[in-house]
Design a protein around this ligand. Structure first.
Ligand SMILES: *[C@@H]1O[C@H](CO)[C@@H](O)[C@H](O)[C@H]1NC(C)=O
Ligand SMILES: *[C@@H]1O[C@H](CO)[C@@H](O)[C@H](O)[C@H]1NC(C)=O
Ligand SMILES: *[C@@H]1O[C@H](CO)[C@@H](O)[C@H](O)[C@H]1NC(C)=O
Ligand SMILES: *[C@@H]1O[C@H](CO)[C@@H](O)[C@H](O)[C@H]1NC(C)=O
Length: 496
């Protein structure tokens, strides 16, 4: 009888002992993983195995993160990892947070994030289009002296000059004295690059050479695109990735029309997706870059305030457009008779630029209405004039929208609403001075993100674009690596 009862109680004792043991173990484990704000750091340090323990605690202050040292016997690995970490940390106030070696460093938005290999295409693809001629075998102009670099033509061409600024920035990235520090640096070995840049000035090629000259069967623009496709298909870099890690600038909506079907796997830098089928270009894969504004930037101190801007709303542009642009005409008839509204025909090229600049700097709101493409240069002219943009373009994609909240400095109006009688003016007239001023202040803060310049400066359009590219790279790499999974598997042998 007593013998029988002994077994269960011993069993119970055993179970209790084991549970106690597990409880102690699990609480130790919990301590290690719980929020540091609940446990003094000194206690954490007592409990944790030093330095070789690898853990990450969300919300931990960055400068307190303890990271395992990289294996020193694999230098290649170390430098690659360091670089990737580099790619991901931008600025402490940005929402992205990644664990990386750089976490301990003070964040700086202009640290090198990206290694770029640039093909040495012959000058006829880039600076040759600007009339530049180097000496025999010279591919690139010297860019040490910013005053002596080949000039980009002014006028309307300038809107789509993205390609030119990016190329100059890369060329100068190895020259210590020009525009340091660089977000992107050029590397000579494509195996060490995060992205491969294709230095074709496609917008300039379209703007200047798409007409057939006498005796020509194909335009220079088409010929260059054909040759570019041929060149790229023959490169080991393209073959390696199927072009997915290539960066191609096609900012003018009509540039690259001939080649784009074959080059659509690349990351494209575009003005909008208006004329692209979604499988060729989309916001996941590609980058929307701002137009180079045509009006001059208003210095902050000279920017007119609410009272000083006598015009309520300003629009100047071509009124009759094909495709989505019909709304311009309808708005014109709705607004043309209002006294504090400027709504006028005509492109702002040539002399119109000064006039438009004056008009925008003295207006509270500037309209951006969909034209024949969803985007237009007008938005960027409005921004640098500190004229609060009113965006009436349902399909528009905006540059840098992952880091900029446009609603902080713009109004968005659905096309269907804008066409309701009185809707637009009611909205603008009922926007209070305080609210407007907040948007105006924000405009002044973000204007520099829309400046293209050489040498580039921290946070300007050139650097913002490189940062966007850096954010695309991890997903490009993920897809490439996934595709590689079975590359060593023997090919299937057909049974009989
Ligand atoms: C952890 O180890 C490092 C050297 O590896 C030492 O400098 C540091 O003081 C140690 N920290 C603790 C809490 O023991
Ligand atoms: C980080 O970004 C914010 C806004 O985007 C900016 O105000 C701040 O100056 C930046 N900080 C650094 C260190 O670049
Ligand atoms: C230009 O390049 C070709 C081929 O690489 C070479 O044979 C020639 O000597 C070079 N000319 C000059 C002036 O460097
Ligand atoms: C380029 O880099 C790869 C990997 O880092 C290396 O194996 C190769 O030898 C390098 N090529 C040249 C020409 O330096």
């Amino acid at each position: 009888m007593s013998e029988k009862s002994m077994v269960p109680s011993r069993f119970i004792f055993c179970v209790m002992f084991i549970s106690m043991f597990l409880l102690v173990l699990s609480s130790l484990f919990l301590l290690q993983n719980s929020s540091p704000s609940l446990i003094p750091r000194s206690v954490l340090e007592l409990i944790l195995v030093n330095s070789s323990s690898m853990y990450f605690i969300p919300n931990f202050k960055r400068d307190q993160i303890i990271l395992p040292p990289y294996p020193s016997d694999d230098l290649n690995f170390q430098s690659k990892k360091g670089r990737e970490a580099d790619c991901q940390v931008f600025n402490s106030s940005q929402k992205t947070s990644y664990v990386g070696q750089q976490m301990n460093m003070a964040s700086d938005s202009t640290r090198t994030l990206l290694r770029v290999f640039m093909y040495d295409l012959p000058p006829e693809f880039h600076f040759g289009l600007l009339g530049w001629k180097g000496s025999v075998n010279q591919t690139w102009p010297l860019v040490d002296n910013p005053k002596l670099v080949p000039r980009y033509p002014g006028g309307l061409n300038l809107q789509h000059s993205v390609e030119y600024w990016l190329t100059l920035d890369l060329l100068s990235s190895n020259i210590a004295k020009v525009g340091q520090p660089h977000v992107a640096i050029r590397v000579q070995n494509s195996s060490q690059a995060d992205v491969i840049f294709v230095p074709f000035f496609s917008s300039l090629s379209y703007n200047r050479h798409s007409k057939l000259n006498e005796g020509e069967k194909v335009s220079v623009n088409k010929m260059l695109q054909d040759r570019l496709v041929q060149f790229l298909m023959g490169q080991k870099e393209w073959q390696r990735s199927g072009g997915k890690d290539h960066l191609i600038v096609a900012h003018h909506p009509n540039s690259m029309l001939d080649a784009r079907k074959k080059l659509g796997s690349a990351i494209l830098v575009l003005a909008d997706f208006g004329r692209y089928p979604v499988e060729l270009a989309n916001i996941e894969k590609d980058i929307i870059a701002p137009y180079r504004h045509l009006v001059g930037t208003i210095p902050r101190a000279k920017s007119a305030s609410y009272e000083e801007r006598s015009t309520l709303v300003y629009f100047q542009g071509a009124i009759y457009r094909k495709d989505g642009g019909a709304i311009r005409q309808e708005l014109y008839y709705l607004l043309k008779d209002e006294k504090d509204v400027h709504f006028a025909f005509g492109s702002i090229g040539g002399n119109g630029v000064n006039q438009a600049s004056q008009g925008m700097t003295l207006s509270k709101f500037c309209l951006n209405i969909a034209g024949d493409t969803p985007s237009s240069n007008r938005l960027f002219d409005a921004i640098v004039s500190h004229c609060v943009p009113v965006i009436i373009s349902d399909e528009i994609e905006l540059p840098f929208e992952d880091v900029l909240d446009y609603s902080d400095f713009s109004l968005f109006v659905r096309s269907s609403d804008a066409l309701k009688k009185g809707y637009l003016l009611n909205l603008l007239r009922s926007t209070k001075q305080g609210e407007w001023t907040k948007m105006w202040e924000r405009l002044k803060e973000i204007t520099h993100h829309f400046e293209y310049q050489y040498p580039s400066k921290p946070g300007d359009a050139v650097n913002m674009i490189w940062q966007q590219v850096a954010r695309k790279i991890p997903s490009v790499q993920l897809n490439l690596h996934k595709k590689n999974r079975y590359r060593r598997s023997p090919l299937l042998v057909k049974a009989h």
